[in-house]
Write a protein that binds this ligand. Structure first.
Ligand code: ADP
Length: 430
């Protein structure tokens, strides 16, 4: 590997079952082109003589089952070929899941529901993407359930979502998102409100099961659930809860034997728990790197991929026209709770937020909840259970005029007036 490719790039000749791994330097771009043979990026096939561009910070593996040559141009932080990959094990996992789908088809049963678990930076999202791409390439329609509130592959951070996969992820852009089902969680770690996290997991499971009842392809396709890297204490309990809510058949544990043994011990015996190695190519990401990825995801929501395809709108919203809530009141000692109320209730309570300067830069979810459903004590029913129809960012607050300026993907007016505040902030630099 490493000879000049003529177009200023470096040519790599890859033997079968090897991969070229590279990382793009900050502020740089790298171009990849498949010259001969067949290759894929995380399960999505490359087209020959098409130039794929990867932006700053991208960490990519080009894998080939049959052998290929590719050219790489631009500034890479690292670029090397590895023969040592767990891809064959991942492919075998896919084959086993496909076997289950075939059986489900034959016996009029449901297809495999798979939970992928493991600590952070072991390649969970990558394994999910691989399994989904392989399934969809065989004509299946699996569902991705994204429970990683820190690094969502589907929507902005702070959300939990489900997406029916109809084509392999785009090599550069990832999932092309058509109508995902998205719930507002509000922060980047499940620990900020574990009750809400578990409740929304259950809501997603319920909606998915309902869909399976009316859509045979979705039922046979099954689901692949991506989880958070928090695998201890309440994080572990959340995994057990998820397994039970979705009635998973298979759990893939990446890289951690302890977690594997705990789940084997605690899940019903008919759940197949499988330990898989992580790929040596998975790169550990720093806190900053994660923050940047989150920021990028929000920017992408408003401006489109590479900030080029969407044109968001800025307009004023009168405080009197919206109701802003935060989910979850700060916990108070049990002894101070009103009679008949438990901590659960406080974590799931809708707390009205009085608009002020401190709203600036916050991301707000626009709830799909029906308007005018005031329940007891002004608490709105249905908001927690309702998906969101979009997001806005508060860019300015004028307390004198009682208005806030927002960045929105669509022109005014807002489609709904119930807004849920996230802990997450976004500073719009455009
Ligand atoms: P997790 O979901 O467990 O946090 P990810 O799947 O997001 O981990 O992987 C972490 C990073 O490593 C991602 O940027 C991904 O693109 C990269 N990555 C995964 N597998 C490989 C590989 N084989 N070679 C190079 N980079 C990889």
């Amino acid at each position: 590997a490493g000879a000049g490719a003529g177009n200023g790039g470096t040519r790599y000749d890859l033997e079968k079952e090897t991969e070229l791994r590279f990382e793009v330097e900050a502020g740089e771009k790298v171009q990849l082109e498949l010259l001969t043979g067949l290759a894929e990026v995380f399960g999505s096939e490359l087209n020959r003589n098409k130039k794929y561009v990867f932006g700053p910070g991208s960490k990519v593996a080009v894998f080939t089952w049959q052998g290929c040559s590719v050219s790489l141009s631009g500034k890479t932080e690292v670029a090397y070929v590895s023969k040592d990959t767990p891809m064959l094990l991942y492919l075998n996992t896919h084959a086993a899941l496909e076997q289950m789908r075939r059986q489900a088809e034959r016996d009029n049963e449901r297809g495999p529901r798979v939970m992928v678990a493991g600590p952070t930076d072991v390649g969970k999202s990558t394994v999910c993407r691989l399994l989904l791409s392989y399934a969809v390439r065989l004509g299946r329609r699996p569902t991705l359930v994204e429970l990683d509130v820190g690094q969502s592959g589907v929507s902005v951070p702070g959300t939990m979502s489900a997406l029916c996969i109809e084509r392999p992820a785009d090599v550069e852009e990832g999932y092309s998102v058509q109508a995902p089902l998205v719930y507002h969680f509000g922060s980047t770690t499940p620990g900020t409100n574990i009750k809400l996290y578990n409740k929304l997991t259950s809501s997603l499971a319920e909606v998915f099961s309902q869909r399976c009842e009316v859509n045979r392809k979705a039922s046979v396709g099954g689901c692949i659930i991506n989880t958070c890297g928090w695998v201890k204490g309440s994080g572990y309990q959340a995994l057990v809860h998820c397994a039970s809510a979705f009635e998973v058949d298979v759990v893939l544990v990446l890289d951690q034997e302890r977690l594997y043994n705990e789940l084997k011990r605690d899940l019903p015996h008919f759940v197949r728990v499988v330990l898989l190695p992580k790929s040596g190519g998975v790169v550990e990401r720093s806190k900053d790197c994660r923050r940047e990825a989150r920021d990028e995801k929000i920017r992408e929501y408003f401006y489109g991929f590479r900030s080029s395809s969407f044109f968001p709108h800025a307009f004023d919203v009168r405080f009197s026209d919206v109701r802003i809530y935060k989910i979850g009141a700060p916990s108070i000692p049990d002894s101070c709770l009103p009679l008949g109320m438990s901590q659960d209730d406080t974590q799931l309570k809708l707390v009205p937020v009085t608009p002020g300067r401190d709203l600036t830069h916050h991301v707000l979810s626009v709830s799909c909840a029906e308007e005018g459903e005031e329940g007891v004590g002004g608490v709105r029913r249905g908001v927690l259970e309702s998906p969101v129809c979009g997001f806005i960012v508060v860019t300015n607050v004028d307390t004198q005029a009682q208005v806030m300026t927002v960045l929105s993907p669509a022109p005014r007016p807002l489609p709904r007036h119930t807004l849920l505040i996230m802990d997450i902030r976004f500073i719009d630099l455009k």
